[in-house]
Write a new protein. Structure first.
Length: 447
C-alpha cells in the first residue's frame, strides 16, 4: 500500500475520531432542567419575536444544550412533530418520507400551523436520503401538498427549541435520576444514529488525484451562487414590493441580529380565508394566549400584504386586519401598564399597612391613619373635623375616626399624610367611630 495513501487514510480516521469525541463532549455538556411553576413558552428562535412552538407545562423536564443571552436551547420534546418542504422530499409510501435534499426541517407554529412554520429545527441539516415517519400532509393554497408533517429523528444532532432561561430551574439529583436522558454520554445498546459508512477506496492507488476548486453550478444576475454540497436554502434573491406602513415600536428589544429570513416560497401562504381562519382560531383562545400571539399574526399579515401589494382589494383587506391587530396590541399594552400601576400601589399599601402596625405597637398612638377632609363636618354648618382613614392595604379605605381640632386650628397641611395621633378620645354612638381631640400629630408618612 503506498505510503501517501496510508497517511491519507490515517488522517481521515483521526478526523473521524476527533469528530466523535467532539460529539460525545457536547453530549456530556448538556444539563437537565425543570420548567418553573409558571410554565414556559418554547419558541422557534432565541428572541421573543420568533413564533411560539409549544407551551411547556410546569414541572416538565428538559435537556438544555446551550444558553446564550438569557435563552436556553433545549432538546425538542418527543411529543412534537415537525414540517419538511415537499420540494425537498418525496413520499416513499403512506408512512414514509425521504429527503431528496439536505433539510433542517421546520419548527411548527402553534398558532398558524404549516403556513406559519419557517424556522429551522436542526442546527445542522439532515442529509439527503434520510427517511422520516409521515404523520400527515399539508395542502397549500394551490391545493397541492406544500409540506409534510413528520416525526423528527433523534441522535447526536438533536432537534431544538428555545426557552427563556429564567423560566427554568436546575433539576434536583432525584429528578435527574428519574430522567431517561440524565446520562447522555453513556453508550446505548441500540444507538439511533446510522452506522458510519466505510471510507471509499481510491480509484488510482499510485497517484493522488487533484481536484480543482469547486465552482458555482450557475450564476444568474439577481440569484445567489450555488455550490455542490452547500445548503443555499436561506439565500434568496432580493424581492421588492409595497409594504404597509410600519410604526417603530420603542418597547421592542433587539440583540443586534437581523430579522429572521423568510423563504420566498412561503410569502404568499396565507390567503384572506386562511387569515380569517387564523383570526377565528385566535378568538377561541384564552386572553393570555391571544395577547401572546398578536405579534405572530401581525407578522404573517404583513408578509401576506407584501405578497399581494399589486392587488389593491386584497391589500386593503389585509391592512384592515393589521390595523385591528395594532389596536389590540395597544390596548393590551395599556392594560398591562394599568395592572402594573395597580400592583405597585398594592405593594405600597401593603408595606404601609405593615408600618402602621409597627408604629401603633411601638409608639403608643391611639390612632394611626391617613388624614382626609370631611365634606359634612367642614366648620360652616357643623363643627370642623377631619376624617382618619385606615391604611389596611389594597382595597377601599374606611373611616376609623375623626380629628376635632381646637378652636382656631386646622389640619389642612396634614391632609393626605399618614399620622400618628396622641390625644383624648370620645366614642360617638351615632357615627360609630372615635372623635379625638389631638394633643399631638406625628407625620409618619408624608403625602
Amino acid at each position: 500500500m503506498p505510503a501517501r495513501f496510508v497517511r491519507s487514510l490515517s488522517f481521515s480516521l483521526a478526523l473521524a475520531a476527533s469528530t466523535l469525541l467532539s460529539v460525545r463532549a457536547n453530549a456530556q455538556a448538556t444539563r437537565v432542567a425543570v420548567v418553573k411553576e409558571a410554565g414556559a413558552v418554547m419558541r422557534a428562535g432565541d428572541m421573543p419575536r420568533f413564533y411560539r412552538v409549544a407551551d411547556l407545562a410546569p414541572g416538565s423536564i428538559v435537556r438544555v444544550l446551550d444558553e446564550v443571552d438569557g435563552w436556553a436551547q433545549v432538546v425538542y420534546p418527543e411529543s412534537l412533530n415537525a414540517y419538511v418542504e415537499a420540494s425537498k422530499s418525496r413520499k416513499v409510501d403512506d408512512r414514509t418520507i425521504e429527503l431528496t435534499d439536505a433539510s433542517s426541517l421546520l419548527a411548527p407554529s402553534a398558532l398558524l400551523g404549516a403556513s406559519g412554520s419557517w424556522c429551522a429545527l436542526y442546527a445542522q441539516p439532515l442529509p439527503a436520503g434520510t427517511r422520516l415517519e409521515l404523520v400527515e400532509e399539508a395542502i397549500g393554497i394551490d391545493q397541492k401538498v406544500s409540506k409534510y408533517l413528520v416525526k423528527p429523528p433523534r441522535g447526536t444532532n438533536p432537534p431544538r427549541g428555545f426557552v427563556r432561561a429564567e423560566e427554568l430551574r436546575p433539576a434536583t439529583p432525584e429528578e435527574v435520576a428519574r430522567t431517561p436522558f440524565a446520562t447522555p454520554a453513556q453508550p446505548q445498546e441500540k444507538p439511533e444514529e446510522k452506522p458510519a459508512q466505510p471510507l471509499p477506496a481510491p480509484t488510482t492507488p499510485n497517484a493522488v488525484p487533484t481536484t480543482p476548486p469547486e465552482q458555482p453550478t450557475s450564476v444568474t444576475p439577481g440569484q445567489p451562487a450555488t455550490y455542490p454540497g452547500v445548503d443555499n436554502s436561506l439565500l434568496r434573491p432580493m424581492e421588492f414590493g409595497v409594504l404597509p406602513d410600519v410604526k417603530p415600536d420603542p418597547n421592542l428589544a433587539t440583540n443586534g441580529q437581523g430579522a429572521p429570513p423568510v423563504p420566498a416560497g412561503d410569502v404568499t401562504t396565507l390567503t384572506i380565508n386562511q387569515l380569517n381562519q387564523a383570526f377565528e382560531d385566535m378568538r377561541a383562545l384564552p386572553q393570555d394566549k391571544v395577547d401572546a400571539g398578536l405579534e405572530e399574526l401581525l407578522a404573517e399579515c404583513r408578509r401576506s400584504a407584501a405578497a399581494v401589494s399589486s392587488e389593491p382589494e386584497l391589500f386593503n383587506a389585509i391592512n384592515q386586519r393589521i390595523e385591528w391587530i395594532n389596536l389590540r396590541i395597544k390596548l393590551r399594552d395599556e392594560r398591562r401598564a394599568i395592572q402594573q400601576t395597580i400592583d405597585q400601589a398594592d405593594a405600597r399599601s401593603n408595606e404601609l399597612a405593615a408600618k402602621v402596625q409597627q408604629w401603633q405597637s411601638s409608639r403608643g398612638y391611639i390612632l394611626v391613619g391617613r388624614v382626609a377632609p370631611s365634606t359634612l363636618y367642614d366648620g360652616r354648618r357643623l363643627p370642623l373635623m377631619y376624617r382618619v382613614e385606615s391604611v389596611d392595604g389594597p382595597g377601599f379605605a374606611r373611616t376609623i375616626g375623626y380629628l376635632r381640632p381646637e378652636e382656631g386650628r386646622n389640619f389642612d397641611d396634614q391632609i393626605g399624610a399618614v399620622v400618628g395621633v396622641v390625644g383624648k378620645t370620645i366614642y360617638d354612638d351615632v357615627l360609630g367611630v372615635r372623635i379625638i381631640k389631638p394633643e399631638r400629630l406625628d407625620a409618619l408618612d408624608p403625602r
